[in-house]
Ligand binder design. Structure first.
Ligand code: SF4
Length: 217
């Protein structure tokens, strides 16, 4: 089930692609950082596996799917199979002309910088690319989901939105940074207040609320 964003609660099949150049401090899919993680499947095998589920909605996530060279072919084949496709991305790479129904972009803020110096260096290089973000929102139906840790993040979010300049703010969501259900429930009231103040939507995280972020949910 999709747990986040405007499609939260919609039954969905998740396809997780391995490999991500970022190293976010609170990443809940560290097992997918390496390109060698998981198993190798052809796009045909993935489409067959997806079709075993009675869901029209497919979410391609990662890792970072937008750095996978096989992504365009996978999207085309899933679309040909009649699926509604969401791509979940940090917005660090642009690929044109994919028949994707929703580009779910989660730009990474300062709160995602890892503590470890070596990882922080890797992270810094590809954390935020405003030109890429602009291209994504200009060319795809999108939602912008910001992971928020504290009220201080609002200034940085506003700054990013100002720099991209043509963002439809009704598509902007704030989402609590939370690895556990308790953390989510503790932070949610503050994030909801921030949403009310800024005029953004609140994004639930049902995978944390219902299943405490257990792998595979
Ligand atoms: S971009 Fe996503 S997958 Fe990559 S490190 Fe950050 S949270 Fe994890």
């Amino acid at each position: 089930m999709q747990g986040e964003g405007f499609l939260a609660g919609v039954p969905s099949v998740f396809v997780r692609l391995a490999g991500c150049p970022l190293r976010c401090r609170w990443c809940d899919t560290k097992y997918a950082w390496s390109k060698e993680a998981g198993r190798r499947y052809s796009t045909e095998q993935i489409v067959q596996a997806v079709q075993q589920w009675p869901c029209r909605f497919v979410v391609i996530t990662g890792g970072e799917p937008m750095v996978d060279p096989d992504l365009p072919q996978l999207v085309r084949e899933l679309k040909a199979a009649g699926k509604h496709i969401t791509i979940e991305t940090a917005g660090i790479a642009y690929i044109p002309d994919m028949p994707c129904d929703l580009m779910s972009i989660s730009p990474k803020l300062s709160n995602s910088v890892p503590d470890e110096v070596k990882l922080a260096e890797i992270h810094k290089d590809s954390k935020l690319d405003l030109a890429v973000l602009k291209e994504l929102i200009d060319n795809y139906n999108y939602q912008l989901k910001f992971v928020v840790n504290s009220v201080n993040d609002l200034t940085e979010i506003q700054d990013v939105l100002d720099k991209i300049s043509n963002v439809d703010t009704s598509k902007v969501m704030l989402m609590p940074q939370a690895a556990t259900k308790d953390e989510l429930l503790t932070k949610s009231p503050l994030i909801a207040e921030m949403c009310k103040l800024a005029g953004f939507a609140f994004s639930q995280r049902l995978q944390v609320l219902l299943w405490n972020n257990k792998r595979g949910t």
